[in-house]
Design a protein around this ligand. Sequence first.
Ligand code: DX5
Ligand code: ZN
Length: 215
Amino acid sequence: MIKVAPSILSANPANLMDDINKVQGADYLHVDVMDGSFVPNLSYGLNTVEGLAKSTNIKLDVHLMIQNPENYVEKFVKAGASIVGVHVESTQHIARAIQIIKNAGAQAEVVINPGTPLTALEELLPEVDQVLIMSVNPGFGGQKFLETSISKVKRLSALRQARGLEFDIEIDGGIGEQNVRAVYDAGVDVAVAGSYVFDAEDYSKQVQTLKDLTK
Ligand code: DX5
Ligand code: ZN
């Protein structure tokens, strides 16, 4: 069964905890952090992560879409992130960013954009707990799933097996009932779902549907 990480980018920011309390069955809460430079949008930051960590027991899966994340990762771990994701495209020092996350006591995740080949993160695979494959160009919720992501996940999953590694594969962007089975079969362990969960009436039912489809 797939793990589900609802993305609060699609929740109501003025009533965040109300929305979060309505979601049953989430394995993680996905928190998107954007700096208006790495991606053309702004979103949540350190203080939101800190507030959420005090208000919910769900593990926080923090996706950093910021330039030079190595300058901030330790602060996000201290704020209460369980998993911190850093983009290979966002820094010249991705290995250092990963090292800092692990030394600070959180799980480290490397993230790649749709246009970046898998070779960009091959050297990092033994160092990370999770790899996030972006299945949309990052910056906004509610975009269309890019089908090429499936072959990328399959190749990453084959690489994981061939090298005897144990990181989880997460996918982010355009996930819903139409493609969750396909990404699960390709090797995905964790599905981020923003608009699919929070644009619906019954958030918990949406999470359960994704799980039921991957039984
Ligand atoms: C996009 C974000 C996603 C976003 C996904 O840059 O990283 O986490 O919230 O939203 P949906 O599931 O609506 O594509
Ligand atoms: Zn995200």
